[in-house]
Design a protein around this ligand. Structure first.
Ligand SMILES: [Zn+2]
Length: 118
């Protein structure tokens, strides 16, 4: 019986450790540096910790994207691309916001995280 209890304890501890580990990985503070690139060119490099709330309009081939910065977060507010995948991505987190039709990408620059890792 004692053995069973030990096993249950071990499993619970491992489970909790796994959950905590997942939370740490998922909420790992990203750098605040965000790059907005279009067609391989960097349009903006933004430090979200310093940016005021604002909107940035980006045009491409007659189409328009509106990027919104609010409360230190960034997202695609409006886009007249056909799929709207970029808008549906929501606020920028781990996954880059990409607007394929307009060749626009918003993502965290890994330069800063690299610097921390080293
Ligand atoms: Zn889009």
């Amino acid at each position: 019986m004692k053995n069973t209890k030990l096993w249950i304890t071990a499993v619970v501890v491992i489970f909790i450790a796994a959950v905590v580990w997942c939370i740490i990985i998922l909420t790992k503070p990203q750098g605040n540096i965000v790059t907005v690139t279009q067609d391989g060119k960097t349009l903006y490099t933004l430090d979200l910790s310093k940016e005021k709330d604002r909107r940035i309009k980006v045009e491409y081939d007659g189409r328009e994207n509106v990027i919104e910065i609010k409360d230190g977060r960034i997202r695609m507010l409006e886009a007249n691309c056909p799929d709207h995948t970029c808008i549906n991505t929501g606020w920028l987190e781990n996954v880059p916001i990409v607007c394929l039709p307009n060749k626009l990408a918003i993502e965290f620059s890994d330069k800063e995280t690299d610097a921390i890792a080293r």
